[in-house]
Design a protein around this ligand. Structure first.
Ligand code: NAD
Length: 355
């Protein structure tokens, strides 16, 4: 079995962490008798510097003909002054939109070996944390009309948060389908006490829930959800939410499970093609120092082999290798500031722990 993988390493720590995933994937490939054909594509600031655009057409073509896409991260202060449509982040937003990847699945699981890294008290995390955030990815405020104009009190700026029924219905269907295979519980998070887009969100989610009578749905306002995540994270199983709320809440969920450096994600659409990336950004503050945590990228690679390539056993072997490595006490700097190993060493050890 051979699989074509588009590899978009991007900026900052993107290349460092993605290289560790490739190392692990090559090792599982030789153990399981499969082969991966990795092809690099340009994205983000690096692509802008080389080609004048953060998402060259060749990258789009490469992704479309691949079985899956593995991405690092994009962005950095070097491109802060780039024109809006040329910013590295536009490359990422555009590739998600162009590939129709509207469903972002972000599991936030407290790995037992990392219990001591969780900033919450023992009595709060005794029941564990196992949340999957289902975030709408190609609509809402990040894609709405934006602009500036001169008003009576100086410059005014606006970003429109617009959702239509189809966009809400399809992401809700993904969340309900997932919930019916798990604990049959969904919390849909919005701001329906204030926002019109959230009122529509709530009513469409209610409508979708009628087709999933075995799944218990409740609604929560986003400000309360931010509080409940640290007060009682065990109450959540599937969180369904929009683009911006999902972006923010999943960073919070990352921190309560140990570090933003360990959480993976999958971006999916209606076909089998998926894009897999850590939830973190390009971390310019630590880029090039070989201290980043590669686990989020490696677990994204595990999601890739499970979801897009259908290799459950291979996915489990990667996840087991991560767990074993953490149980052996290996930590990167984000998890232990005094006693830590490098990014590449973490990749080596996880790779060696594949059985
Ligand atoms: P960030 O996630 O890059 O970093 C936040 C903090 O977490 C930093 O202190 C960083 O050092 C730390 N961190 C992140 N990943 C880590 C890892 N693997 N190991 C150890 N520590 C890690 O977020 P930011 O600082 O808000 O953004 C930096 C740049 O990344 C910006 O240009 C932003 O637009 C971009 N960004 C990109 C993505 C993406 O590519 N998907 C996501 C978020 C932010």
């Amino acid at each position: 079995m051979s699989f074509e993988i588009a590899v978009l390493k991007g900026d900052g720590i993107g290349p460092e962490v993605t290289d560790q995933s490739l190392k692990v994937l090559l090792n599982v490939a030789s153990k399981y008798g499969i082969s991966f054909d990795f092809t690099d594509g340009l994205i983000g600031g690096f692509a802008y510097d080389k080609t004048g655009t953060p998402l060259p057409q060749e990258t789009i073509d490469l992704c479309k003909k691949s079985d899956a896409v593995l991405l690092g991260a994009v962005g950095g202060p070097k491109w802060d002054k780039a024109p809006n449509d040329k910013r590295p982040e536009m490359g990422l937003l555009s590739i998600r939109k162009m590939l129709g990847l509207y469903a972002n699945i972000r599991p936030a699981i407290l790995i037992p070996a990392l219990k001591t890294e969780c900033p919450l008290k023992d009595e709060i995390i005794n029941n564990g944390i196992n949340i999957t955030v289902v975030r709408e990815l190609t609509g809402g405020i990040y894609f709405g009309e934006k602009g500036r104009e001169i008003g009576a009190n100086g410059i005014e700026a606006y970003d429109i948060n617009k959702y239509n029924e189809m966009e809400i219905r399809r992401i809700a269907n993904v969340a309900f389908a997932l919930a019916s295979k798990r604990n049959k519980k969904i919390v849909s998070i919005d701001k329906a006490n204030v926002l019109e887009s959230s009122k529509l969100w709530r009513s469409v989610v209610e409508e979708v829930s009628k087709s999933f009578s075995d799944v218990k749905l409740c609604h929560m306002y986003v400000d309360n959800a931010a509080m409940q995540l640290v007060k009682n994270p065990a109450q959540f199983d599937i969180i369904l939410t929009d683009n911006m709320f999902g972006d923010i809440l999943s960073d919070e969920a990352a921190q309560i499970t140990g570090s933003i450096g360990i959480l993976p994600s999958a971006s999916l659409g209606d076909g089998t093609l998926g894009l897999y990336e850590p939830i973190h950004g390009s971390a310019p503050d630590i880029a090039g120092k070989n201290v980043a945590n590669p686990i989020a990228s490696i677990l994204s690679a595990a999601m890739m082999v499970r979801i897009s390539l259908g290799l459950e056993e291979v996915a489990k072997s990667i996840e087991n290798a991560v767990n074993i490595t953490l149980e052996q006490g290996y930590r990167t700097q984000d998890l232990d500031n005094e006693n830590y190993i490098s990014c590449s060493k973490m990749g080596d050890i996880i790779s060696q722990n594949i059985v």
